[in-house]
Ligand binder design. Structure first.
Ligand SMILES: NC(=O)c1ccc[n+]([C@@H]2O[C@H](COP(=O)([O-])OP(=O)(O)OC[C@H]3O[C@@H](n4cnc5c(N)ncnc54)[C@H](OP(=O)(O)O)[C@@H]3O)[C@@H](O)[C@H]2O)c1
Length: 252
């Protein structure tokens, strides 16, 4: 049986692990950012590897045959490390690259390259802002303390933001559009700050903003290494099928 290491932290990684678990020895790796991650259904290891070299050592020590990068599109460091570790340890790598959302008619997006630029794009006039970002990114908004912030996260934001006016909401997606529309309306949100995560689980707020005519500051995706990839769990699963069971064995 082949040994597969999936770098995860996403819904798709968990789904992929479940799909492959019957035909390969699968381990799912999590960074350990979330205090109570949802059950993954396969063996899990938690915590950083110590850079690309550390990941390459782990691959060698565990006899990993295939590395799969199924991390979040904004987790650029681990994706770069994965590509480098695959080169160093000479194991094949595949990536799940969920496509980003495309702007459609009615969207009022302001696209920026960094979270810092998103802070700037809010402007000087106080506004009611919905931050749907990870807890690592929200601290940057202390630089614009004139705004009211509604901050939604999976784990509590600790320490709280050093701004006079912020509300916190703990929730884990998926988030449906009608609920997002109700939230944005009730909270009188004037602008949303979001990453272009892609997928359906967090698209509700984008559709809701469009329906309500609310602006969205969209932080563009970081550059990721070029490795063989697929856009969906199904497509990547099919690529892995060829790896775990060569054509001859499948009777093709
Ligand atoms: N960034 C987001 O918006 C976002 C959103 C949802 C979920 N996530 C998930 O949260 C995790 C951390 O994201 P990030 O943006 O902080 O990552 P990052 O900046 O790309 O990675 C920072 C460091 O965290 C460790 N790491 C990251 N993902 C790991 C994994 N799956 N298994 C083991 N170690 C990992 C690595 O440490 P070492 O160098 O020591 O190996 C890496 O160098 C990822 O698993 C990602 O899929 C991220």
């Amino acid at each position: 049986m082949k040994t597969i290491l999936i770098l995860g932290g996403t819904t798709e990684a968990r789904q992929l692990a479940g799909r492959l678990a019957m035909r390969a020895s699968v381990t799912l790796s999590l960074a350990g950012r979330t205090e109570s991650p949802v059950a993954q259904g396969v063996p899990v290891r938690v915590g950083g590897f110590g850079g690309a070299d550390g990941l390459a050592s782990y691959i060698r020590e565990t006899g990993t045959d295939l590395l799969i990068d199924a991390t979040h599109p904004y987790a650029a460091r681990i994706s770069a490390n994965a590509a480098q570790a695959a080169r160093l340890s000479r194991v094949p790598i595949l990536a799940l690259r969920r496509p980003g959302w495309k702007r459609v008619e009615g969207d009022r997006w302001i696209e920026v390259d960094t979270v810092g630029a998103a802070v700037q794009a809010l402007g000087d006039t106080p506004r009611r802002v919905f931050l749907a970002l990870g807890r690592q990114e929200v601290a940057a908004f202390e630089a614009a303390a004139q705004h009211h912030y509604l901050i939604r996260s999976v784990d509590p934001i600790e320490p709280k933001l050093a701004v006079p006016d912020a509300d916190y909401l703990l929730a884990r997606g998926p988030f449906r559009e009608p609920d997002e529309r109700a939230l944005l309306s009730e909270q009188r949100i004037e602008i949303v700050v979001s990453k272009n995560s892609g997928g359906v689980a967090t698209y509700g707020k984008i559709a809701a903003a469009r329906a309500l005519g609310i602006e969205v500051i969209m932080v563009r995706r970081p550059a990721l290494p070029e490795v063989p990839s697929a856009e969906t769990v199904e497509a990547l699963g099919a690529m892995v099928d060829h790896f775990v069971e060569p054509a001859a064995e499948r009777g093709v």
